[in-house]
Design a binder for this molecule. Structure first.
Ligand SMILES: [Zn+2]
Length: 533
């Protein structure tokens, strides 16, 4: 029981829909601890940066779940000096890194994986298909993953862009997970062969894509250094020459569950209870000498309060796990927002610009809020529709309760006629503020916090946020910037689920506030640039 509470790996697997042949907790843990997983690197590509990025990241993500790993690397391959966190001879570097992910990992160097191992083959010179083999490789903006040998014709090209290789690792590890648990998990769809483009979100992408060139981040604010935020930073550390400024805001300290899903947590850092923003900066700064990284420990609200009034936020990255924090990020009025959220095995990436015109970040989560107290409570109590309640509850809304409204509410609540007379001509807020009113039947609050997930899920979210950030950093990539929402279920396959965000229609969202927020936003950005693209 105790172990179940502590071991996030177990909580994650049990949060998934197991079929009728329920696995017991012990069996789940045994699968994670004992299934032999091998990382196999082909000899002709072991020396390439692309292959090494995928191998290191896959090892990192696998190590957050599985405990028995085999490293099958051709001898004499040397770590590319652009690869962060490791150096020297590749096989030894990977073995050593595994113990940094978790001291509980047993990693063994082998020439050939043992029989029965699940094999993750990285690179395109691997032996033919086998039921327990996964193949993955990445280059440029492309990640190619499958159950049969896959290759990218120009895997040598687009060196220096880590996105494809990083995503290949996340998708490859997701396939390993599916294979290990495949027969007991519902909704698992194996990937036969896809070639996912982080440039276009196409699942049969062809474009390794234009070169990144020199990366200079616009002044960027990363809110949240948890599992998604630290995946973003893990990816960024592969771009050694990045210039510009990055501020990391997080109010939290590292906690004991962080190693399960945050790829930046190494060497038992979580045990030290460090402040996340500082720790994240200290962990990646050595690999990013040209990027000025500033940590801030506090909430986004506290951070904004620390700025001069005429501050601007050209780009904010929302890597938080609650709707309230997303609301606060939107309310800080960044020019543009990139946002990610994760469920147990699902990710969603959204992009927001043109505040007051397109769906803002809060618009997307508002339906959930409107479904929660106090709106839901107010609907329950009054019998009014959602839109009416939302409108009546807006601060400064001129609409007042009529005598007819009050009679209806009395009836609905079995109150004697006239009980609520004093509220005729007053606001709904006044009525709801009555303590008596609330004490009647409490409705349980949902917290809206992220469900238990695991490293390969938040890693994909973080890597896609990084891809979008790179598109923001360079006007040449503007045509490829995400328009609306991208959604992906990691137990299934990339499905090109791109759709526009719906702007809030109830008028409740903060982006309808013309007088203050829209005016401020336009003052900050539109009048300067002429346009916010
Ligand atoms: Zn909105």
């Amino acid at each position: 029981m105790n172990q179940e509470r502590v071991d996030g790996r177990l909580r994650f697997v049990r949060s998934l829909h197991l079929t009728s042949c329920q696995m017991g907790a012990e069996e789940v843990l045994r699968c994670l601890d004992e299934t032999p997983i091998a990382i196999v690197i082909g000899s002709s590509t072991a020396g390439t940066l692309n292959t090494q990025i995928t191998a290191l990241t896959a090892l990192n993500l696998l190590g957050r779940l599985f405990r028995h790993l085999f490293i099958c690397v051709p001898p004499n391959a040397i770590v590319d000096e652009r690869l962060p966190f490791v150096q020297g001879q590749l096989d030894r570097a990977l073995l050593q890194f595994a113990t940094r992910v978790s001291p509980e990992i047993i990693a063994e160097p082998v020439v050939k994986p043992p029989a029965g191992a699940v094999e993750l083959h990285i690179s395109d010179d691997c032996p033919a298909a086998n039921k327990r083999h996964i193949y993955c490789t990445g280059a440029g903006w492309l990640a190619r993953v499958g159950r049969r040998a896959v290759y990218l014709s120009s895997a040598e090209a687009a060196r220096g862009n880590p996105i494809g290789p990083l995503i290949a690792a996340a998708l490859g590890v997701a396939e390993v997970f599916k294979l290990v648990f495949g027969d007991v998990l519902q909704g698992v769809v194996p990937i036969e062969d896809i070639s996912f483009s982080a440039l276009t979100y196409q699942a049969q992408g062809k474009l390794i894509g234009p070169d990144l060139g020199r990366v200079t981040l616009p002044p960027t604010l990363l809110v949240g250094a948890g599992s998604i935020g630290s995946s973003f930073l893990w990816g960024l550390a592969h771009l050694q020459n990045t210039q510009g400024t990055l501020t990391i805001v997080d109010h939290d300290k590292l906690e004991i569950h962080n190693p399960d899903r945050a790829p930046l947590v190494l060497d038992d850092a979580a045990e030290l209870g460090l402040e996340k923003s500082q720790w994240a900066r200290d962990t990646v700064q050595p690999w990013l000498p040209g990027l000025k990284i500033t940590p801030y420990t506090g909430t986004i609200r506290q951070y904004i309060d620390s700025l001069p009034q005429d501050y601007t936020l050209p780009l904010a990255i929302s890597a938080v796990d609650s709707i309230e924090s997303r609301r606060d990020i939107q309310d800080a009025l960044p020019a543009r927002i990139l946002n990610a959220s994760t469920g147990p095995t699902k990710i969603e990436i959204t992009r927001h610009a043109h505040f007051g015109k397109d769906a803002c970040l809060y618009c997307l989560y508002l339906p959930e809020i409107l479904d929660r107290p106090p709106i839901r409570l107010a609907m329950e109590r009054t019998g009014f529709g959602q839109k009416d309640v939302a409108e009546l509850m807006l601060p400064n809304n001129p609409r007042r309760l009529t005598a007819g409204n009050i009679r209806g509410i009395e009836q609905r609540n079995n109150l004697a006629p006239g009980t609520l007379n004093e509220f005729t001509g007053r606001s709904l807020q006044d009525l709801l503020a009555q303590e008596l009113w609330y004490s009647q039947a409490p409705i349980p609050l949902e917290t809206g916090h992220a469900l238990v997930t695991t490293a390969f899920v938040s890693a994909l979210a973080g890597f896609l946020l990084l891809a979008e950030t790179l598109k923001e950093a360079n006007p040449a990539f503007a045509p490829y910037r995400l328009n609306g929402i991208y959604e992906q279920e990691l137990l299934s396959m990339p499905n090109e689920f791109l759709y526009p965000g719906q702007r809030d229609k109830t008028g409740y969202c903060l982006c309808w506030d013309k007088q203050t927020r829209q005016r401020l936003y336009n003052q900050k950005y539109v009048q300067i640039d002429g346009v916010v693209s």
